[in-house]
Design a binder for this molecule. Sequence first.
Ligand code: NI
Length: 169
Amino acid sequence: MGDARLLRVSRPVEQFGTPELRELVADMFDTMRALNGAGLAAPQIGVDLRVVIFGFTSSPRYPHAQAVPETILINPVLTPLGEEQEEGWEGCLSVPGLRGVVPRYQRLRYMGFDLDGAVIDRDVDGFHARVVQHECDHLDGILYPMRMRDFTRFGFNEELFPGQQISDD
Ligand code: NI
């Protein structure tokens, strides 16, 4: 946070299936796994493209979260399904050591493309919907603290969740 590259509106991917795109996504998975992240967006490794990855079977950072299928999502378009929002704790690999409560749409349709340009179209809810909203915000230069409404629920992991093994996200 503070790096100007995180505040840019990223460019759409125009060519699918290229070696460069595969290499980018491989780098992103390496980074996400090394840091135990639930998701990652290309701007977080300094790349100005509309590419996000997310997914896990179980996350040490979100021990109570439902599993989310491993997904590569390119040029995403998000459509909230209904007005309902819910609050939940989020961290971010670009805002290390901190957590905050962020309101997100509870249900969501997302569309986009995989590495080879095949269409992805899903209706999701709960934590899955939250992760997608968080990651896709990065493509528009939005970090989760910008979405927060209550800064009494923002702080350091070790103060908010003492004794819990939450990695530096
Ligand atoms: Ni993030």
